[in-house]
Design a protein around this ligand. Structure first.
Ligand code: TMP
Length: 208
């Protein structure tokens, strides 16, 4: 693979999608070949699975079934979009990836965490080169997430405690995995973009 794989992570409403778009723009302005995509989804078949995952009642799936659906969507997205783009030398920015599954489905359940790690190893086989975790206040993020006029609120409906715990799990990932960097997302959009750009430019050895 000759490309470079960046993922953006964070709790619902943290602003990571806005930051992913700004990052894409910045890199394209520097003449880079960039692909911006998202999970769950990114390609037609995986977007269909997305609808099953982000809409409807929170107890619609068991945690294991939900995990398998996320991996089915991920595998399809990987085959159809991520790998071909990386193989053609593109810089791929993905809004969420396997770290989301660890944080949202794995939670503190050791057997689920092991299942996710095994599925990642056996069915996905790649890890991001760089992961940016947008860290924002859970209450403000949740309010922002719920304000959106969308029916994709299945995870937001889990409430504030879930988002607070997800934030802690993201912080734990950043402590344990070198490719994961926390970006303070509590400032304005431009301020957060500058913090994020500092990390990206450093890692890609570009002008800060
Ligand atoms: P999004 O709103 O950032 O597009 O993400 C959709 C929802 O899916 C979000 O609430 C987080 C959740 N999610 C998981 O629970 N596990 C995963 O593996 C992924 C990729 C997303």
């Amino acid at each position: 693979m000759s490309g470079y794989f960046i993922t953006l992570e964070g709790i619902d409403g943290s602003g990571k999608t806005t930051q992913a778009i700004l990052l894409e723009k910045k890199l394209k302005n520097l003449g880079k070949k960039v692909l911006l995509t998202r999970e769950p989804g990114g390609v037609k078949g995986a977007e269909k699975i997305r609808d099953l995952l982000v809409q409807g009642d929170t107890d619609r799936w068991s945690q294991v079934t939900e995990t398998l659906l996320f991996f089915a969507a991920r595998r399809h997205h990987l085959e159809k979009c991520i790998l071909p783009s990386l193989n053609s030398g593109k810089l791929v920015i993905c809004d969420r990836f396997t770290d989301s599954t660890l944080v949202y489905q794995g939670r503190k359940n050791v057997s689920l965490i092991n299942l996710i790690k095994k599925l990642s190893e056996l069915a996905i086989g790649i890890e991001p080169d760089l992961t940016l975790i947008i860290n924002a206040d859970p209450q403000k993020s949740l309010n922002r997430g719920l304000k959106r006029t969308s029916n994709e609120t299945r995870f937001e409906m889990l409430g504030l405690k879930f988002q607070e715990e997800a934030k802690l799990r993201y912080e734990a990932l950043a402590k344990n995995i070198d490719r994961c960097h926390i970006v303070d997302g509590n400032g304005g959009i431009e301020e957060t973009h500058q913090l994020l750009w500092k990390i990206v430019s450093n890692n890609l050895r570009l002008q800060p």
